[in-house]
Design a protein. Sequence first.
Length: 297
Amino acid sequence: MDSTVRQARLDDADDVVSFAEQVWNERPDTVDYIPDVFADWVESDGPDQHTVVAEVDGTAAGLCQVVLLTDHEAWFQGMRVDPDHRGEGLGLSMVEHCFDWARQRGATVGRNMVFSWNDAGLGQSVAAGFEPDTAFRFAHPEPDTDADPDVPVRNDPDAAWSYWTASDARTHLSGLALDPDRAWALSELTRDRLHRLADEEAVLAVTADGTTGMACRTGTRSEPSGDGALAEYAVGAWDDRGAAASLFDAIRADAAALEVEETRVLIPETPRHVAEAAAVRAELADWPDFVLSADLT
């Protein structure tokens, strides 16, 4: 077998789509997003993004992309290997190539996300050098024009930052939240980022005898299904059920004011956070997602 890792090209599309459509055959309700984004990935590669394939005897048999989210954080995604070539080390070769690319550009940490049900993806990630880091789940409170928090909730990035830095949510999530520029990536939530989001979007701080919860909106986007618009909140954190109720009511009202149909709020995958989100009527995703990280120094 003659294999090599190289930058992806548009003429790899047929090969990539062919194996991507087979990767999750055992889950007929799961559709891989790779066929829809591959051409865009290739055409948008540049200084902050690198898409590669593993070529075997002239055919693309694996895929991986690395993106620089900040000056020191790299995000790895789209790791796929043709089922006919599993066990041949293609995934490891692609990840090592992308690790080197990210290091050369100053990244000191690399992360990826794997669905908790994806046994093969978890095993491949650990084998490639990633270590389990944290877990989160998405909550989906429904937009509601009548939602009215029981306590004041205001757009206050400093209060939100003070709360976040001392919260168990930050500890569990290793300081990570949804990246404002990449919908399926996580990066470190910083004070500067909260101030920018407060100016451009919204930062929600639950304030009653001190700050007891926070969330921050990163923006809105069209649903992949085409069934309307979605408001995204990088993270939600709170002290107890009462604070959760006020925070999620504030999110419902905020989303309704944007006239979107859906919301997506990243919350820590802990028994308390998941149970309290359910208790205040926030619909929850069916499973958590895992984030793994690699030291690139």
